[in-house]
Design a protein around this ligand. Structure first.
Ligand code: CP
Ligand code: NVA
Length: 305
């Protein structure tokens, strides 16, 4: 991999993404046959969770265990950073104990500061700005289901949030066409849009139907992300008409798949029927977090063999 850390999706070149996905595919294939590589024998991953998690927590913890290593989980309730210890000190000290750290938190700057002050690889496990591990798993899933990435059209319907930002970068890097449909005021962050708009394969739209027309992959995510709970009722109103449902999906290409990072709110961003019809690919997507992250950890923290 080009960088020592995975802080944002745009840290990854096309070569990096292909290297990660190739290793992830191989690790998945091997695991299904009872084989595991011990690329992180004796190594420890620190995991910092300042937000809730099911998939990220379990897939990282299980992943490093399968690779021969082990993990230590810290939350603000049980660690000194929750009582105000500076990131600089936490990063310096953890760097002397563990071999890499995965961080899920609010501010992107905190993840970047950890990388700046520490001396170990840092993996972003979701911030308010980005969710790169999710998009690696999603790209892996799309390739499994549709055999390719380049040339496919992906559409995002809903909030231009952290997952959307990482998707835009990752999908454009892989040569996909990206359409984002969101209500006014819920567009991706200005710097994400400025970068994306340099690419003719990117379109920002208002109309979900226009975005879904002929699309191969439809993405959505919750209307209110972690930390936006107080806004949830207003968001529900503002996102009216932005539900992924069977009617919207009828506009897509034949064999189109739906991706949702989960947790999903059926009846809000996705109808129960649409979720059920595409649950296979959505659960594959969740599973692939394990394989994609094992590849990332092996490449950043270990000697890949
Ligand atoms: N998709 C995802 O990151 O799930 P968790 O919040 O459960 O980790
Ligand atoms: N956008 C969501 C993703 C959860 C995995 C959030 O940040 O809460």
């Amino acid at each position: 991999m080009t960088h020592r850390h995975l802080l944002r999706m745009s840290d990854l070149t096309l070569f990096d993404i292909m290297e990660i996905l190739a290793l992830a595919d191989q690790m998945k294939f091997e695991l299904k046959r009872g084989l595991t590589r011990r690329t992180l024998e004796g190594k420890t991953l620190g995991m910092i969770f300042s937000k809730a998690s099911t998939r990220t927590r379990v897939s990282f913890e299980t992943g490093i265990f399968q690779l021969g290593g082990h993990s230590v989980c810290l939350t603000p309730a049980d660690a000194q950073f929750g009582r105000g210890e500076p990131i600089e000190d936490t990063a310096n000290v953890l760097s002397r104990y563990v071999d890499g750290v995965m961080i899920r938190t609010f501010a992107q700057k905190d993840v970047e500061d950890f990388a700046k002050y520490g001396s170990i690889p840092v993996i972003n496990g979701l911030t308010d700005d980005e969710h790169p591990c999710q998009i690696l798993a999603d790209l892996m899933t799309i390739r499994e289901h549709l055999a390719t990435l380049a040339g496919l059209t992906v559409c995002w319907v809903g909030d231009g949030n952290n997952v959307c930002a990482s998707l835009i970068s990752g999908a454009l890097t892989c040569g996909m066409r990206v359409r984002v449909a969101c209500p006014e005021g819920y567009e991706p962050r200005a710097e994400v849009l400025a970068e994306a708009k340099k690419n003719p394969d990117f379109a920002l739209l208002r109309d979900p139907r226009e975005a879904a027309e002929g699309a191969n992959v439809v993405f959505t995510d919750v209307f209110a992300s972690m930390g936006q709970e107080d806004d949830a009722r207003k968001r529900l109103r503002d996102f009216e008409g932005y539900q992924v449902n069977m009617e919207l999906l009828s506009l897509c290409a034949e064999n189109a798949i739906v991706q949702h990072c989960l947790p999903a709110h059926r009846g809000e961003e996705i109808s129960a029927e649409a979720f059920a019809a595409h649950a296979g690919a959505i659960y594959d997507e969740a599973e692939n977090r394990l394989h994609a992250q094992k590849a990332v950890m092996s490449l950043l923290m270990g000697d890949v063999v």
